[in-house]
Design a protein around this ligand. Structure first.
Ligand SMILES: *[C@@H]1O[C@H](CO)[C@@H](O)[C@H](O)[C@H]1NC(C)=O
Ligand SMILES: *[C@@H]1O[C@H](CO)[C@@H](O)[C@H](O)[C@H]1NC(C)=O
Ligand SMILES: *[C@@H]1O[C@H](CO)[C@@H](O)[C@H](O)[C@H]1NC(C)=O
Ligand SMILES: *[C@@H]1O[C@H](CO)[C@@H](O)[C@H](O)[C@H]1NC(C)=O
Ligand SMILES: *[C@@H]1O[C@H](CO)[C@@H](O)[C@H](O)[C@H]1NC(C)=O
Ligand SMILES: *[C@@H]1O[C@H](CO)[C@@H](O)[C@H](O)[C@H]1NC(C)=O
Ligand SMILES: *[C@@H]1O[C@H](CO)[C@@H](O)[C@H](O)[C@H]1NC(C)=O
Length: 218
């Protein structure tokens, strides 16, 4: 069962090599100017393709200004390496940490001024509201910034999932409520983390979800 799921997920999630820009919003390019993402892209020897900045087949930036976004839906594996994201000039009213799960490398997030940084100032080292925008810079690991305790360190540990999101996961050999039960744990999940951390994360979480993981949203 587990190997099958691993295999299926590998085939779905490990397609990270990317030359296209799979942005599924309707964006108005005629009013696009002075792009933070484009500047960042130039500084990092990368190429813009449509709204994406691509570095060695990895999408590291997305400019989603003027895309008529009312509901965000960008937490996809293909964007998990994104470092800079511009979400200004759209219609949505709030941005929750859930919508940015997987964005572990996001260090430059620009939002309309009335939208606060997801996770607040314990999720970013610098937050500011000026020049008609909210800037959320330098992502923090909530496990550290909030000093989250998951109970006995041998049983469980805190795992950073994205801006303002972390989860307690059980260590191998432990499961159940607060990982207090001893027992067999499928070690394949952990050994394969070297190969493809993203899928392992989602599988491990899915797997452990049924076993009383406790999650934090800030
Ligand atoms: C894009 O924006 C320009 C300038 O505001 C406007 O004239 C044009 O109609 C817009 N195009 C679309 C498809 O909304
Ligand atoms: C691009 O990525 C591939 C595989 O991830 C790596 O082997 C290669 O060295 C990288 N090339 C550059 C120029 O970074
Ligand atoms: C979110 O994006 C995924 C992948 O592109 C798509 O399959 C799904 O239908 C989208 N969901 C919504 C609510 O737009
Ligand atoms: C500030 O941002 C809002 C929404 O993004 C936009 O409608 C408005 O024109 C901007 N104002 C200025 C002065 O740039
Ligand atoms: C973080 O936010 C809290 C509450 O809004 C505030 O009291 C605190 O001073 C802020 N800390 C920093 C470093 O900005
Ligand atoms: C936050 O920024 C300050 C000033 O640049 C730096 O000294 C500190 O190490 C940063 N903290 C983290 C957790 O990155
Ligand atoms: C973090 O939490 C642990 C256990 O709850 C405590 O021993 C430690 O002193 C705390 N560290 C900081 C920097 O607050």
């Amino acid at each position: 069962m587990i190997p099958l799921i691993l295999f299926l997920s590998l085939s779905v999630f490990c397609v990270s090599a990317q030359n296209d820009c799979p942005v599924q919003y309707t964006c108005n390019n005629t009013i696009l100017h002075e792009s933070e993402v484009e500047n960042y892209c130039k500084e990092h020897d990368s190429q813009m393709n449509g709204r994406c900045c691509i570095n060695n087949q990895t999408i590291i930036g997305i400019d989603l200004r003027f895309c008529e976004i009312t509901q965000l839906n960008i937490s996809q594996p293909v964007f998990s390496e994104v470092e800079i994201l511009d979400l200004r000039d759209n219609e949505y009213e709030k941005l929750t940490p859930e919508e940015l799960v997987n964005f572990l490398k996001l260090n430059y997030l620009y939002l309309p001024q009335h939208i606060p940084c997801p996770g607040g100032n314990s999720s970013w080292n610098f937050t500011s509201k000026d020049n008609n925008m909210t800037s959320c810079l330098d992502q923090l690991n909530p496990c550290e910034s909030l000093n989250i305790s998951c109970g006995e360190p041998d049983n469980a540990k805190c795992q950073h999932l994205g801006p303002g999101t972390a989860k307690c996961i059980c260590c191998p050999g432990h499961f159940g409520y607060k990982c207090l039960n001893d027992g067999e744990f499928p070690t394949t999940i952990f050994t394969s983390s070297v190969i493809c951390p993203t899928i392992v994360l989602s599988i491990a979480l899915w797997f452990i979800q049924g076993r009383d993981v406790y999650k934090f949203n800030i």
